[in-house]
Design a protein around this ligand. Structure first.
Ligand SMILES: [Zn+2]
Length: 298
């Protein structure tokens, strides 16, 4: 029985190896990691936004433009994260299927938060219904994306369909295990207040029941403002101990302006995992790293 099973596995694996993989492009490293997991044993995707760069501001190099022109499929979060990628996908990746993952996250999506001049922040659905694009920070959403990625690739490349689906299932089990371990660890800092450079962590906050109390910038496009800084200082001063997180993609302004307060501890959060090697294990390593950094701040 076992021998037959092994033989079946082997033949499945060799058929996976033998056919040409589709040309797959991804926007940011976390999406690249999820697609790599699904494509394990078949091929590997290309990445547009290199490590250490903000996904919100970027321009395509000639070599990336060429890669894009040869794509069969582009997996990206969507135009609210990378508005600069919309036109190149339409104009350069003309023959590729474009899969924006954010709108496919269903009821798990959260609207963009806004802070008004009177200081409090709340969620709103306004006429243009913007959703917070930082959705990969919710492991449950990432897990859904694995399905979407596998089904898209299965349709595009039917020969490897079962391989993609098996990989997606395995990736989901890995995310679930990592999530269980991490939520257990993070339960020790549930009541501790965090602030960050830009408002990108409501998915993380919801899934791990954390307490984010503010950011220096509302949205990624918002300019730094003196009033916002004063408001954040005021908020921070309400807590005996608070952790302020800087992000490697942005200038360490927060450190300079807030570190002179006795109750402020400084930490780091990197939602794009710039130091993590790209590949199929990227996403679970990203969760691990974020968890470790949050805990070590306190
Ligand atoms: Zn962001």
């Amino acid at each position: 029985m076992r021998i037959i099973f092994c033989a079946l596995l082997l033949s499945a694996f060799s058929s996976v190896q033998s056919s040409a993989a589709p040309q797959v492009i991804t926007d940011i490293a976390p999406v690249h990691g999820l697609v790599s997991r699904v494509m394990t044993g078949v091929g590997s995707p290309s990445l547009i936004v290199p490590p250490g760069v903000s996904a919100h501001y970027f321009s395509l190099s000639p070599s990336k433009t060429k890669t894009l022109s040869q794509a069969n499929v582009v997996f990206w979060v969507g135009s609210s994260l990378t508005p600069w990628l919309q036109k190149p996908i339409e104009n350069i990746a003309r023959n590729a299927e474009s899969v924006a993952l954010l709108p496919l996250s269903g009821e798990l999506l959260l609207p963009v938060q806004t802070t008004h001049s009177h200081g409090h922040s709340h969620q709103h659905f306004d006429s243009h219904k913007q959703f917070d694009p930082h959705a990969w920070l919710d492991p449950e959403i990432a897990s859904r994306w694995l399905n979407t990625i596998a089904e898209t690739l299965a349709t595009l490349d039917p020969q490897n369909a079962s391989g993609y689906r098996v990989n997606a299932k395995a990736g989901q089990a890995e995310i679930e295990r990592t999530f269980a371990v991490l939520s257990d660890k993070l339960s020790t800092i549930k009541t501790k207040p965090f602030a960050a450079y830009h408002d990108a962590y409501q998915y993380l906050e919801r899934r791990f029941e954390l307490k984010f109390i503010g950011s220096l910038k509302d949205s990624d496009a918002a300019p730094l403002s003196a009033r916002r800084l004063a408001e954040l200082r005021e908020t921070l001063s309400e807590y005996p101990e608070v952790c302020v997180l800087t992000e490697p993609q942005y200038p360490p302004k927060l450190v300079e302006v807030l570190s002179n307060k006795g109750n402020v501890r400084l930490g780091i959060i990197d939602p794009l995992g710039s130091n993590i090697p790209n590949g199929p294990n990227f996403y679970t390593q990203l969760l691990d790293e974020i968890g470790r950094n949050l805990i070590s701040c306190f």
